[in-house]
Design a protein around this ligand. Sequence first.
Ligand SMILES: [Zn+2]
Length: 241
Amino acid sequence: MKILLNCLPCHDVSKLYPIEIQDTAIYEIDCEKGHKTVQILNEAQFETLFELGSLALLDGYTREAVSSYASSLERFYEFCIRVLLSVHKVNYSTMNETWKMVTVQSERQLGAFYFIWLLHYKKTPPKIAQKWVTFRNDVIHKGYIPKYDETKQYATSLYEYMLPIIIEFKRNYTKHFEHLKDKDFLIDKYACLSSPFVRDTYFLSKETMFNLVSSKDPLGNFDEALAMLAKRKDTLYSNSF
Ligand SMILES: [Zn+2]
């Protein structure tokens, strides 16, 4: 999948450059007029994964949709853990060192989420219904081919699980989203670029189904968010290679 970006110095929104979606969310653009820029998208990785899941759903690829949604949920737990650790004044590098100890063990990450939630809110954390955990495992590990309707129900259940937390964090903790664009973090990320720091750099936010960092509010429900994605996908994404 590619994302469509325009060259910011050109101010021409009609000329879009398709660039393969990057895990780093860092995009180098060499425009036809010779501007060489870097655009860093502020969205969290879980948002991008949820978008990819929904794009797959809109195209009828249900297994691929479930895989992206499931990854989105895992990265969402990581996001929540990092926000709450930041609220409790844990610095980014210590957080990172500790995260490395659980980085390949999603069950441990989930355990960390539960107990950080408990510590912070003094309440039992919200939990995904067991039926959807089983559904996800059947798709990912047993080759189950899900139907469109049940995939959509799965996506709806994740959306309804994540949305109240996103609204709560957006209301109270936006300054703790800093790690999404933490300087050290970006320097690490920049190691993947061919010409670090020689390009003009722009930070920007795109609309997503959750609008975590966008100035817009998240949409009220999954059907509405999916309908909006269906409307804007042709101006934001391209699946041609
Ligand atoms: Zn340009």
